[in-house]
Design a protein around this ligand. Sequence first.
Ligand code: AVJ
Length: 302
Amino acid sequence: MFEEVIEGLRRPQKMIPSKFFYDERGSELFDEITRLDEYYPTRTETRILEENIEEIAGAVGEQSVIVELGSGNSTKTRLLLDHMADISAYVPVDISEEYLMKTVRMLKKEYPDLSIKPVCADYTKPFQIPPIAKPFEYYVIFYPGSTIGNFRPEKARLFLKTISKLLVPGGGMLIGVDLKKDRETLEAAYNDSRCVTAEFNLNMLVRMNRELNADFDVDEFEHLAFYNEEKGRIEMHLVSRQKQEVHLQDEVISIDEGETIHTENSYKYSLEEFRELVKEWFEVQKVWTDEKELFSMQYLVK
Ligand code: AVJ
């Protein structure tokens, strides 16, 4: 983590990769974000899944193996598993061994007949799926939460290529994609009135202080989130309230008053843009949305 963080802080536009948000406190705060009035994505995605679950289960197919990337949100996973009685296996893929084991223990109790094959891996890098005993038709990758929005479009394309290599033709991907919409709705979702998102953003520095022995003065930074319309993304930054120096082990970083550390991008797509993004590797077979077209669940086929 140290090398990646130092490298990011040495760039002209300072940055810390968003994957470092999720220490224990960060995961807790994100969980709280998903329940905020202003944060529409999680609630809307869950509703889309609920309202179309029969059709979605039909598209996924009964004889498939579900491979979930970032075995994060158990509510959505359960929804899917509950409607797929004959699923051949469930393969949660997560970088955190601890988290993975917790998920597996929980699901084993609730689904005693389900074959669960956890994989501890960074899913953005190539990984292998363990052998499945029961015959099955194909893998279906389950990737909810619009996490794909954290990749720049060119990275997203490379990621889709890596994923498609796991699949046979006819294999699929069930993916949650956040959609373009008015600036007000977008910006409110990342600037909630209870300041949970601000705390989530600032927690990055708390984590760096603890785990990298840094000395960020957390009170001297401010949360900033805005929609960059030209790039089609929400950007989150931490703004320095004053000129200051930060020490990380024996490195010194100077930060000007008003200078920012970029902590996250969250790309939003129109349905056309997303179809264009995936087209080298996948065909969009079916799209489900809510009535306001805030969010989409899409079934892609290789
Ligand atoms: C769902 C992880 C992509 O962009 O909405 C929520 C995380 N960041 N509030 C998103 C997030 C700030 C997020 N991802």
